[in-house]
Design a protein. Structure first.
Length: 399
């Protein structure tokens, strides 16, 4: 299936929501930076506003696997002491470049921590060598940090703080542009109001000139695969998990004689099934021992977050319950809803088998890795309990 412009923009928005759910801190950082950068671009780079908007939305996507998100380091000196932070612009740019039509946004992202005076990272670029889009993201990024200090700064306080960094972190021109943007039409009030930001974001997406999708070959499966990479980057034990679950799901669906269309649909849902895990703290995901009751409760929220993320993409709305149901059990003892038997969507029942099979056969901190033969024995043993008996029968044959 070819990607349509609307699907593309919704998918990118969902990707950035996923990032802001990271470690359960819904700070709307990416959204605010995107809204502000797009507004600034209207004055100096209107022809690139779409690329600037997506650059703002995705600028920190490479930081998703970091224990502490880059946005919590308000002291720039801290960045220079932490080599992982120093890498995040390159990581983000790399991921965004893979999305194809956003290659210019990727160049802006690469420069988003460069300083006008050459003291930024990763390359120590100086002055006009820094991509103008990158300069815009830099100041929007700084604004967001200033806007979140407690007690919050008013417009004058923000202006004073920005002016103090003018000429070193960013150019005087960019600083003036930011201040005039904030002063216009109550924009400062809007951008500091989280509810308003989440209303403005979809309005911008609706009005933006669409990304040019003709120049590159991108289909839904590829776009969703980028998503899966970001999900799996979250912690060390899930490398390749989403991709393998997608492959097993497709294989099972085909072996059950479902249509190609349905098999592909389930495959796409499988790529996204653990998207909500980004909201579960890394310390829980990577814990080498059994989870406490409280930790398990948090862990069990991840399919709910997955549903929240997928429902942002209208073209994927049929997949919400399928992806969100991958921890339901045939006997009704699963989560989040405790649905049972045929009340669980077929795609979710298939994915439950694929997901467990991969969890058993790959390295996890809390268990010994089983061979495929052993894992199939578990599937057979739990047939009718955890798993749909028809599906586990097929899985024993084809996985
Ligand atoms: Fe950043
Ligand atoms: Fe940022
Ligand atoms: Fe899961
Ligand atoms: Fe999973």
């Amino acid at each position: 299936m070819k990607v349509k412009a609307r699907f593309f923009s919704e998918l990118m928005t969902a990707l950035s929501l996923m990032m802001d759910l990271d470690e359960n801190r819904k700070l709307y950082h990416a959204w605010r930076v995107a809204v502000l950068a797009e507004r600034m671009s209207l004055k100096i780079l209107p022809e690139y506003r779409t690329q600037i908007f997506y650059a703002g939305l995705l600028h920190d996507i490479g930081a998703i696997s970091l224990k502490d998100h880059v946005i919590h380091y308000t002291d720039p000196e801290e960045h220079f002491r932490n080599p992982i932070l120093l890498n995040h612009s390159e990581k983000s740019a790399h991921i965004v470049k893979e999305i194809g039509p956003l290659s210019m946004a990727a160049r802006m992202i690469l420069d988003h921590h460069e300083y006008w005076d050459g003291k930024g990272y990763p390359k120590g670029k100086k002055g006009d060598d820094i991509h103008l889009g990158g300069q815009i993201i830099r100041i929007a990024d700084t604004f967001d940090i200033l806007a979140r200090v407690k007690p919050p700064l008013d417009l004058n306080g923000v202006k004073t703080s920005l002016s103090a960094r003018s000429g070193s972190e960013f150019s005087n021109l960019i600083c003036d542009l930011m201040i005039s943007t904030l002063e216009e039409d109550n924009f400062f009030e809007e951008i500091t109001d989280e509810k308003r930001v989440s209303e403005i974001l979809p309005e911008i997406i609706r009005d933006l000139p669409p990304v040019d999708l003709t120049s590159c070959d991108i289909d839904v499966r590829n776009a969703v695969r980028v998503f899966a990479q970001v999900i799996d980057a979250k912690h060390s034990y899930t490398a390749g998990h989403s991709e393998r679950v997608a492959r097993y799901t497709y294989k099972l669906a085909k072996a059950m004689d479902l249509s190609e269309e349905l098999a592909e649909e389930y495959e796409i849902a499988a790529y996204l099934h653990d998207a909500g895990k980004v909201a579960v703290p890394k310390s829980i995901l990577d814990k080498p021992a059994a989870l406490t009751l409280e930790e398990f409760k948090l862990m069990k929220r991840h399919p709910v977050y997955t549903m929240e993320i997928i429902s942002m993409v209208s073209e994927l709305k049929d997949l919400v319950l399928i992806a969100g149901g991958h921890h339901e059990r045939y006997d009704g003892r699963g989560y989040p809803d405790g649905a049972s038997g045929e009340n669980i969507p077929l795609g979710a029942r298939i994915m439950a088998v694929a997901d467990s099979f991969d969890a058993m056969t790959s390295l996890r901190p809390y268990q010994r890795t089983r061979s495929k033969v052993e894992a199939k024995e578990v599937l057979a043993k739990n047939s009718g309990g955890q798993f749909d008996p028809d599906i586990s029968k097929v899985a024993v044959k084809v996985l």
